[in-house]
Design a binder for this molecule. Structure first.
Ligand code: ADP
Ligand code: MG
Ligand code: MG
Length: 879
């Protein structure tokens, strides 16, 4: 088996299409080499080697040693240096790289191959200060990543030296100083481990390779994989690459760049760099990075020189390369580069992570530039990410009490209580509290806390710091590098501009402006225009599935239309029953002894229901409105307390003890399988008759566009049941239309939410004119799992791999989906062209929407805020 693929020196064994085998980083290093870009030579150990390693009790494949030696020999040939050679040492970086980028999850070791002898050789060839600066970096990184020692002890040693020397920045230290730091570092390793820092470059190399493989299984990596649905079976590749040095003086530098702004999408080179520095210095926030372009520097009011000004020739070349990369990959690139004594090297490129807003702008712009097609633009937007755009931002007219300012690292706004610790953030977040995580800086250990927080603030770090990158990925607003705030974790407070803010106090962050505000601030709903409207227009043009909303309140109905809903797919009438003083009339009806008593109560409810429907029909302006007749078990409406019971007694003049007895009679052991759904309409037809009457009277009353009600009967199981309900509906409809002398365009149909209904769909379709798949109940009844109680055991099923996903979130296509397919087929065989849709939670889930497209349903219906997501997902499903 081939476990090693080389790159650099004007060619490569692999290419960008081989991400599965080489990981993203390795595949793109190969691609860049093949494009003739300046990439330091190296080789990639495949993800298959990682999988082999884990499948065989942490043993490397037998051929690996020889293949690595061969790879290394090639690199030695191209660079003219030798690994472990004191005269002319080759140094390498050892970098992890999985198929999907996992920022900060895996650790990289730089300057590997240095020891007491090679450092001397390096010093002789170049510069002593540089050599020892590199050596101390290597000892610290290797000790941390491979030997498992804490960074902290090394930082303390360095700080002691800096204090002693009165130096404020690392660059002020001389060769002698670094030599002393190195000696102390080595002593610290000996102290902690009881053995010296490894001097043998081969031992160093294999130690690092092992550490990369091991990091695939560390807790941070596992958490990240769970969060992003990355399978463990992918494994990680290892990249071993000859070092280039950004820390060789003032003509050297290191930096990161995005070909477009990852926050706004603006088409302009964007990024940061540091002169005389190495790799991680930029992201770690050790020094404040400098701008790449003069324009960006001027805009930020930054006094530090930009790359464009500091090294104009290299910058011109860099701009060229960056343009080549974006055109080649046809997408915004996230790039790492290093300049070694005036020579540019490319160290990484990948499709850059971006906010939803930026993703939209970039996709729309690239389509306008002719780089990609409209269809490609549609496919590039993750439907779920639109959620970020549908959420509020701070009202421009609100008064802003600015506590401190930092960088606008991730847009959007959030209000919450101050928390200084990731675990605490997680704890409070799980308890349903809105919290803002406030940290000096974040590291991968904080991810769970960032996830639980509504927003993130850091005192240090730039736009590409860990906090910024992760927050953008999660869609959390973030202000980074708010240097004005001083955090005192022990006192549980931060100070800024002479004020104090304690843990638990409420603040608001404006991630779009980079400001921290005191208290909670008025927010405004998002603007659904511009790029959003453009892309949604393109999506609407290609999708076949219609998108409706589940809505019963006027507010929800208006939101739904604003988001582009093409009708209401589910109006749950019981929600209307709970409102205000209606519940008293509803209880009177339920507790009535006989039909006459029920009719008296229903007469009180009728005008209220009618008014609801008039409003709903007016808002929907002729769009279809599917109204589900009363569905929940009657017992849900029962008075819960003695007080409730007294109130009913008083309102109706009925005897309280008699009412109590009746309430007891109505008690059910298994209400979800009890007296509910259309069973209510069969046993107490006067309830459904009242509802149908309310609907039709409303349809006659409404002014403006004629409404198109679709009357839907829930929980039907048998053809005979449906026939009975159809006749009941038609009878009342006819009566009302005759009374009013108005014709209403209506249909009568059923939900499919019982396995029997799906199997006997042909019988139902004899009288039902449409089907709506109620996949919440259908999932519940198919699995026999109560969705209200599944939380207690479902996690165990997911952890044990029995369930892939929560079937209440993503449709179980094999089982529940099969029933849907069967019902659709049998229904259409009976009634060709029959209208069908889905109205469960799944109607807003992109994977489930793709399934609906496949089965050929006519529409999906979801909650109003998911309508844009569904429109986009439906378009993607159609492509
Ligand atoms: P991550 O995935 O966390 O970004 P990387 O492997 O990309 O980790 O490397 C971390 C940093 O080290 C980056 O800034 C990268 O540019 C730098 N780096 C990696 N390999 C080399 C190398 N061979 N020479 C110089 N710098 C390197
Ligand atoms: Mg990187
Ligand atoms: Mg149901």
């Amino acid at each position: 088996t081939r476990w090693v693929y080389g790159f650099g020196g004007g060619g490569a064994d692999g290419d960008a299409s081989m991400k599965t085998l080489l990981g993203g980083k390795g595949a793109n290093l190969a691609e860049m080499s093949a494009l003739g870009l300046p990439v330091p030579p190296g080789f990639t150990i495949t993800t298959e080697a990682c999988n082999h390693y884990y499948a065989n009790g942490s043993q490397y494949p037998a051929e690996l040693k020889a293949q690595v030696a061969e790879g290394l020999a090639k690199v030695e040939k191209v660079t003219g240096k030798s690994f472990g050679d004191a005269g002319n040492p080759l140094l390498v970086s050892v970098r992890s790289g999985a198929r999907a980028s996992m920022p900060g999850m895996m650790d990289t070791v730089l300057n590997l191959g240095l020891n007491d002898e090679t450092v001397a050789g390096l010093a002789k060839l170049s510069d002593e200060r540089f050599a020892f600066d590199s050596y101390r970096r290597f000892i610290q990184m290797y000790s941390n990543v491979v030997l498992g020692l804490d960074h902290h002890s090394f930082e303390e040693i360095l700080d002691d030296h800096k204090d002693r020397l009165g130096a404020s920045v690392d660059t002020a230290l001389t060769a002698e100083d670094w030599r002393a730091v190195v000696a102390d570092y080595k002593a610290a390793v000996q102290d902690e481990l009881g053995r010296p820092f490894p001097q043998d470059p081969q031992e160093q190399l294999w130690g690092a390779v092992g550490a990369v493989f091991a990091s695939w299984m560390n807790e941070r990596a596992k958490f990240y994989r769970r969060m992003h649905d990355i399978p463990e079976s992918w494994g990680t590749a290892v990249n071993i690459q000859s070092m280039v040095f950004g820390n060789m003086g003032d003509s050297s530098a290191t930096g990161v760049a995005f070909t477009r702004n990852p926050s706004t999408g603006e088409s302009r080179l964007y990024g940061e760099f540091l002169i005389n520095a190495q790799g991680e210095d930029v992201v770690a926030g050790i020094r404040t990075p400098q701008s790449l372009t003069k324009a960006a520097r001027e805009e930020m009011g930054d006094r530090n020189i930009s790359m464009e000004e500091a090294m104009p020739q290299v910058f011109a070349q860099f701009k060229d390369v960056v343009g080549t990369l974006e055109r080649h990959y046809r997408d915004m690139q996230d790039i790492e580069f290093t300049v070694e004594q005036g020579r540019l090297y490319m160290l990484q490129t990948r499709n850059g992570k971006r906010t939803a807003k930026a993703a939209l702008k970039i996709a729309v712009d690239l389509a306008a530039e002719g780089v990609i097609t409209r269809e490609e633009a549609i496919v590039r937007i993750e439907p779920a990410s639109l959620d970020q755009l549908l959420h509020p931002t701070i009202d421009p007219s609100a008064t802003r009490d600015v506590v401190a300012a930092g960088l606008p690292a991730s847009p959007g706004a959030a209000t919450g209580k101050i928390v200084f610790d990731a675990d605490e953030a997680e704890r409070l977040g799980q308890a349903g509290e809105a919290v803002i995580l406030v940290r000096d800086e974040t590291s991968p250990e904080d991810i769970h806390g960032m996830h639980a927080a509504r927003g993130i603030i850091t005192a240090r770090g730039g736009m590409t710091s860990h906090a910024a990158v992760v927050a953008r990925g999660m869609g959390r607003p973030c202000v980074s590098g708010a240097g004005e705030i001083g955090i005192y974790p022990r006192e549980q407070l931060f100070r800024a501009r002479g004020r104090e803010f304690r843990a638990g106090e409420v603040i608001t962050i404006d991630g779009s402006k980079g400001e921290i505000l005191s208290g909670s601030v008025k927010m405004v709903e998002p603007e659904l225009t511009g790029d959003f409207a453009t892309l949604m227009g393109w999506a609407d043009a290609v999708r076949r599935l219609k998108v409706r909303a589940n809505a019963e309140t006027p507010l929800d109905a208006r939101t739904a239309r604003q988001f582009g809903a093409e009708g209401i797919g589910l109006c749950r009438t019981e929600h209307m029953f709970f409102d205000g003083d209606r519940i008293a009339a509803v209880r009177e009806m339920i507790l009535a002894d006989d039909e006459a008593g029920r009719r008296t109560a229903l007469a009180k409810i009728l005008p209220m229901q009618r008014a609801d429907f008039v409003e709903l029909f007016s808002i929907m302006e002729g769009l279809p409105v599917t109204i589900r007749l009363l569905d929940p078990p009657l017992h849900e409406f029962l008075p819960h307390s003695e007080e409730d019971l007294e109130a009913v007694a008083k309102a109706t003049g009925l005897d309280a003890t008699k009412l109590m007895r009746r309430a007891k009679e109505l008690h059910e052991t298994n209400p979800m399988l009890g007296h509910r759904g259309c069973r209510l309409g069969v046993s107490y037809p006067e309830i459904y008759e009242m509802q149908v009457r309310a609907i039709f009277e409303a349809a006659c009353d409404v002014v403006g566009k004629a409404p198109t009600p679709e009357i839907m009967h829930p929980l039907v199981a048998k053809g005979e049941e449906m026939a009975y309900l159809r006749a009941l509906t038609d009878k009342v409809a006819k009566a009302v239309m005759e009374e009013r002398g108005v014709t209403v365009d209506y249909t009568v149909g059923t939900m499919i939410e019982l396995p029997r209904a799906a199997l006997r769909a042909g019988d139902l379709a004899e009288t039902a004119e449409f089907f709506s798949f109620g996949t919440n109940d259908l999932t519940q009844t198919t699995f026999g799992i109560s969705r209200d109680d599944s939380g207690r055991f479902l996690n165990a099923y997911i952890a044990k791999g029995i369930f892939d996903k929560d079937p209440f979130v993503t449709l179980d296509q094999e089982g529940v989906g099969d029933l849907v397919r069967i019902a659709a087929e049998r229904g259409r065989a009976q009634r060709p062209g029959m209208k069908m849709g889905i109205c469960g939670e799944h109607g807003g889930d992109p994977a489930s929407i793709a399934f609906c497209e496949e089965v050929g349903l006519d529409y999906v219906s979801c909650s109003p805020f998911r309508v844009p997501i569904a429109r986009l997902a439906a378009a993607q499903a159609a492509l």
